[in-house]
Design a protein around this ligand. Structure first.
Ligand SMILES: C[S@@+](CC[C@H](N)C(=O)[O-])C[C@H]1O[C@@H](n2cnc3c(N)ncnc32)[C@H](O)[C@@H]1O
Length: 328
């Protein structure tokens, strides 16, 4: 008999305006290269635009993740002995997660804790997965590590934590910061806990550029929405028509970078910040990085951060790896 889906969420205003404002001031005052943290791309509008990006023919990453989890979730889950509780870092709308939860629900009742800084992404996740048999969902509107700590505190003795970090979101971190982040996740886990980490692999650059600069302009809108969000929430006066979406491949760092380029010299004021900012013609604000990996490097990243790799699965159409680690 189907169990009644449990839908709840733990929400507080994790991104306070003063935090947002001070991050914006620090980023726009950064000597040399102005930057804004990518986590602010995901307000209600940004999260909705990201879901559209996942539908774009040019953005193969998300479809590859879905294809792989549909195909391999049974195998992956068999390697993670139960009982387990599932925590997902940056779940977004949770579309890929369905396959993992379905595979687990064949053997046990599943408590699933999506953790996302975006309340609207969590809402969609609960809509997407809230009706699954044998699955209870409690969403945490939190930053990754804060949320994971809360989830870890809820697990019962004898339960293994199975952490999902899908969509190659790890690629938003610089490589050293990625190692550090995996180490911080490890410090919340117990020996034997599992981590499924998706990593986008290196591939020909023209296709990668198109994935982040699609002809329909959806990714450009996603990027520019960060300035629109600053206008809405912090009383900014960014004129979006004076910025262009720019995507670059950095060969040395093996990453895609998303920037917003000022097309003119301009002065911007942000009421909450209290100080004006100036941008030169051609100057950019760096908004997101997406690092690309080779499979061996991912195993080493895990090993440096306190895990052993128990399996890697690959997609051939859009090179992507699902990497299963255990905390050691
Ligand atoms: C690239 S999307 C990936 C979504 C989903 N995992 C997928 O693969 O389609 C990244 C998600 O992480 C969330 N996120 C970004 N930074 C975060 C942070 N510091 N703490 C918690 N969630 C964060 C965003 O709101 C967004 O939903």
């Amino acid at each position: 008999m189907a169990s009644a889906p449990r839908m709840a969420s733990v929400s507080t205003s994790t991104q306070t305006l003063s935090e947002f404002s001070s991050d914006v001031v620090v980023g726009l005052s950064h000597p040399g290269q102005k930057e804004l943290p990518s986590k602010y791309l995901y307000d209600e509008v940004g999260s909705a635009l990201f879901d559209v990006i996942c539908l774009l023919p040019e953005y193969g990453l998300s479809r590859a993740g879905m294809r792989m989890l549909e195909r391999y979730s049974g195998e992956i889950v068999n390697r993670v002995p139960g009982p387990v509780v599932v925590a997902e870092l940056g779940s977004g709308s949770g579309q890929q997660t369905r396959w993992v939860l379905e595979a687990l629900a064949r053997r046990q009742r599943v408590n699933y804790y999506p953790i996302d800084i975006s309340g609207s992404a969590l809402f969609r996740c609960q809509q997407e997965l809230g009706q699954m048999d044998m699955v209870s969902i409690v969403g945490f509107e939190r930053a990754y590590l804060d949320g994971l700590q809360e989830v870890a505190a809820r697990r019962k003795d004898g339960e293994r934590l199975f952490v999902l970090f899908l969509g190659s979101t790890i690629g938003n971190f610089d490589r050293p910061a990625g190692d550090q982040f995996l180490g911080e996740v490890r410090s919340i886990l117990r020996e034997g806990d599992a981590l499924l980490l998706a990593t986008d692999l290196e591939k020909p650059v023209p296709g990668l550029i198109l994935a982040y600069d699609d002809p329909a302009g959806v990714t450009a809108a996603f990027n520019k929405n960060l300035l629109a969000r600053i206008n809405r929430e912090l009383g900014g006066d960014f004129d979006l028509n004076r910025f262009e979406h720019v995507v670059r491949w950095d060969e040395a760092e093996r990453r895609i970078e998303m920037h917003l380029r000022s097309t003119v010299w301009q002065r911007v004021t942000i009421r909450h910040a209290g100080v004006p900012f100036h941008l030169r013609e051609g100057e950019t604000i760096w908004t997101e990085s997406s690092h690309k990996y080779d499979p061996r490097e991912v195993v080493q990243m895990g090993e440096r951060s306190g895990y052993r790799c128990a399996g890697q699965w690959f997609d051939t159409q859009w090179p992507l790896a699902q990497n299963l680690f255990f905390a050691v």
